[in-house]
Design a protein around this ligand. Structure first.
Ligand code: ADP
Ligand code: MG
Length: 313
């Protein structure tokens, strides 16, 4: 059981063009799948199609065996965490979290119990009586997640949920979302344009480009065996060596060695533990090599040094 997309397409009128172009994909039940791609790739539109906020022009969408293609969003059992679903500013955290249950006319006692359970889960138990403006960015996102989970959805859809937050809070929240998912195992789709976020959080990746799916599968499969230059370039660092695209950590730097490509180190960028060493070869081409600072120090290489480079393995 899963979410199946079967030749799903969506074109917007008034010059919007083809946003989602013949997408066929399987999203495994209980997975945390990241839809990754550049801006304008059709990620949000695909998420809205799954959620029922947009209708496809053609194709079928099946959730856990039910064809929901023509089903209204309200009946799809989906929790949304979209930027356009901002919290209700005039409601407390508790009221925000309980909102979905209230509009479904659940008994007050049941709502209170569920809200308490969810606030515990997202670690906001002490902040239930605050208003959204009295929360930090990270806390507000956790509240939004609790609100999305209140209706016990079959599927949780998150569209760039960490978009507006600073790097450190983003990193904390993504760890936290992964842990939460391990606890509750609800099928979750996270849209992001951030490759690191997708690689770290997701157990499945679906890479979109110009409305279509470029490649789908576990993150390491896509990283190690990209089927297109687009995926290779999008999913990790690349450099060129002897006319080919390669991972910069798959190049090995050494002192000048006969028979190997040789050149001069033209730049060293230090990112703390990691360094990027740019080498200008005698034939005029350049590559950059990713290595640890420790390994570079051991080689005793600095800008201007003569070096050789070979592919690893
Ligand atoms: P992403 O989320 O990957 O950045 P979107 O799904 O938002 O991409 O958009 C994909 C394409 O569809 C873009 O070219 C965008 O301009 C267009 N698009 C999205 N929503 C609409 C809309 N409501 N009306 C017209 N065009 C739209
Ligand atoms: Mg988007």
């Amino acid at each position: 059981m899963s979410i199946s997309l079967d030749h799903v397409s969506k074109t917007f009128e008034h010059g919007g063009g083809v946003a989602v172009d013949d997408v066929t994909a399987e999203i495994p039940s209980g997975s945390l799948t990241a839809i990754l791609g550049p801006s304008g790739a059709g990620k949000s539109t695909l998420l809205k199609l799954i959620g029922g906020l947009e209708r496809p022009d053609s194709g079928r969408i099946v959730i856990e065996g039910d064809d929901v293609t023509n089903l209204d969003a309200r009946y799809r059992d989906i929790g949304f965490c979209f930027q356009q679903y901002a919290p209700f500013r005039h409601m407390t955290v508790k009221k925000n979290v309980g909102y979905g249950l209230k509009v479904r006319h659940r008994p007050k006692k049941e709502i209170a119990a569920k809200v308490a359970e969810l606030l515990e889960l997202v670690k906001l138990s002490d902040l239930g009586n605050r208003f959204p403006s009295q929360l930090s960015g990270g806390e507000r996102q956790r509240m939004t997640l609790a609100r999305a989970l209140a209706i016990e959805p079959r599927v949780l859809l998150l569209d760039e949920p960490f978009g507006a937050l600073d790097a450190q809070v983003r990193a904390e929240l993504r760890k936290w979302v992964k842990e939460l998912h391990e606890q509750i195992r609800v099928t979750t789709i996270l849209v992001t344009h951030d490759q690191n976020e997708a690689m770290e959080v997701a157990d499945q990746l679906l890479i979109m480009h110009d409305g279509h799916v470029e490649q789908a599968g576990p993150p390491t499969d896509l990283y190690d065996r990209p089927t297109s230059e687009f995926v290779r370039g999008f999913l990790g660092p690349i450099t060129r060596f002897e006319g080919r695209a390669v991972r910069p950590h798959d190049l090995v730097l050494s002192g000048p060695t006969p028979g190997l490509a040789s050149g001069t180190v033209s730049a060293i960028a230090s990112l703390g533990f990691e360094v990027h060493v740019t080498t200008s070869f005698d034939d005029g081409s350049t590559s950059w090599i990713q290595m640890t600072r420790h390994d570079l120090n051991d080689l005793g290489i600095s800008v201007g040094s003569r070096v050789s480079v070979r592919p690893r393995g």
